[in-house]
Design a protein around this ligand. Structure first.
Ligand code: ZN
Length: 410
């Protein structure tokens, strides 16, 4: 009996792992035929058919009759995620804006709202109230309530992944905020809430759906007022012991530099952040997005002071990146946020500085590219974060859902 139980447990573990593999493939790649799933997963045709049957019964996947093709033989049915059958809520708490979105399995954004916020320090209470108000404006939330499997939150700060505690968010003026707990009270939807640094999430989104798709070793660098980084090593985010890894903006780089908002002196952020660039180019350091728009127009027009400031920006960027390239040996460096917008004006000098300051072999391998998902990358990454537990064990959601449906139809 013991042996039989063990065999049963093992086959259940294998079944759950196979379900996860199938859902992950479809979530990452979009619709696939049964034959493509067989080829991608290495599972047998009959196993694929049985597992997909379970998902279709639970409304997680949809199977479609393929259009008759010109080739002989019966075409394989096309399997796709049921976008509206499983959804997450994504939240982004940025310096200048707040955003919420409902995202379906497969990554489709079903609804999104972003509101600009006046710059300045924002209290936790204010932001919680704003988030409650914003989620209330999501017209689809009621419709998708039963399909909600998680909430992912990106924050411009240093966040502990285990419980969403924000140890510091200098650009919001937050220190040691139990954000996970506060959100659980503010957004009481009865689903798990996951919090992470927004640059890490931007990296995750670019890796799954953007510029870094298919790459395994990536440095994602994102800038605005603060500078953050997401480091992907061997296909996985580098999180460190407690999730604080990747705070590249606070990498000490200039001992004779200026004081950083984190309390230290000469962090990389103080040389390449928005404030430094604006001040060097002769704008108000606190000018924000409007000043950056003006600066970009001046760069296009060839205003000398602005071009010199961009040269300096590119050199400091290249110097810091050279250190990271020597440390991590990435194949790709993705520049997002402010750096993505500035990229055409930075590229040349940055490459020269990176070549000069990095070791020859890793330097030659590292390619630099602008992000492709734009300012929504962290929000899309927050959705991916929220999907992660579901993708790891979708079977855990099959049981409760089947039970709810049985109760509803009884
Ligand atoms: Zn700092």
């Amino acid at each position: 009996m013991i042996t039989r139980d063990l065999v049963g447990q093992r086959s259940e573990t294998v079944r759950r792992a196979n379900l996860s593999t199938i859902v992950r493939e479809l979530h990452d790649r979009g619709p696939l035929s049964r034959s493509e799933l067989v080829a991608r997963t290495g599972l047998t045709r009959s196993a694929i058919r049985a597992l997909i049957g379970e998902f279709v019964d639970s409304d997680l996947l949809v199977e479609e009759r393929p259009a008759p093709a010109g080739t002989p033989g019966r075409p394989s049915p096309l399997v796709r995620p049921n976008t509206e059958g499983t959804v997450v809520m994504a939240v982004e708490i940025a310096v200048e804006s707040l955003a919420v979105a409902i995202v379906g399995l497969g990554g489709e954004v079903l609804e999104q709202i972003r509101v600009e916020r006046p710059r300045g320090h924002h209290s936790v209470d204010e932001i919680m109230a704003d988030l409650v108000e914003l989620t209330g404006r999501l017209t689809t939330l009621h419709r998708y309530h039963d399909a909600l499997v998680g909430i992912g939150v990106g924050i411009v700060g240093v966040a502990r992944r285990t419980d969403g505690r924000v140890s510091m968010a200098p650009n919001l003026g937050w220190v040691d905020v139990p954000l996970g707990e506060r959100l659980a009270v503010a957004l009481p939807f009865g689903v798990p809430i996951h919090v992470a640094n927004e640059a890490d999430l931007g990296a995750l989104a670019e890796l799954r759906r953007g510029a870094a798709r298919g790459a395994d070793d990536v440095i994602f660098l994102s800038g605005d007022v603060g500078v953050g980084g997401g480091l992907i090593v061997d296909g996985k985010p580098l999180t460190g012991a407690a999730g604080y890894a990747g705070e590249v903006g606070h990498m000490p780089i200039n001992p004779t530099g200026s004081r950083c908002r984190c309390g230290s002196v000469g962090c990389w952020e103080t040389e390449v952040g928005e404030r430094a660039l604006l001040a060097r180019a002769g704008y108000s350091a606190d000018g924000g997005r409007a000043a950056i728009d003006d600066l970009l127009a001046a760069a296009e027009a060839g205003v000398p002071a602005v071009l010199v400031a961009l040269e300096t920006e590119a050199r400091w960027l290249g110097l810091g990146l050279a250190g990271l390239v020597n440390l991590l040996n990435p194949r790709l460096i993705v520049l997002g946020g402010l750096f993505g917008r500035l990229y055409p004006h930075l590229a040349k000098t940055l490459e020269v500085e990176l070549d000069r300051s990095s070791l020859a072999a890793p330097g030659a391998l590292a390619r630099v590219a602008p992000a492709t998902l734009g300012e929504d990358a962290p929000l899309l990454g927050a959705a991916e974060l929220a999907f992660e537990p579901f993708l790891t064990d979708p079977a855990a959601w099959l049981g409760p859902r089947a039970l709810l449906e049985a109760l509803a139809s009884a």
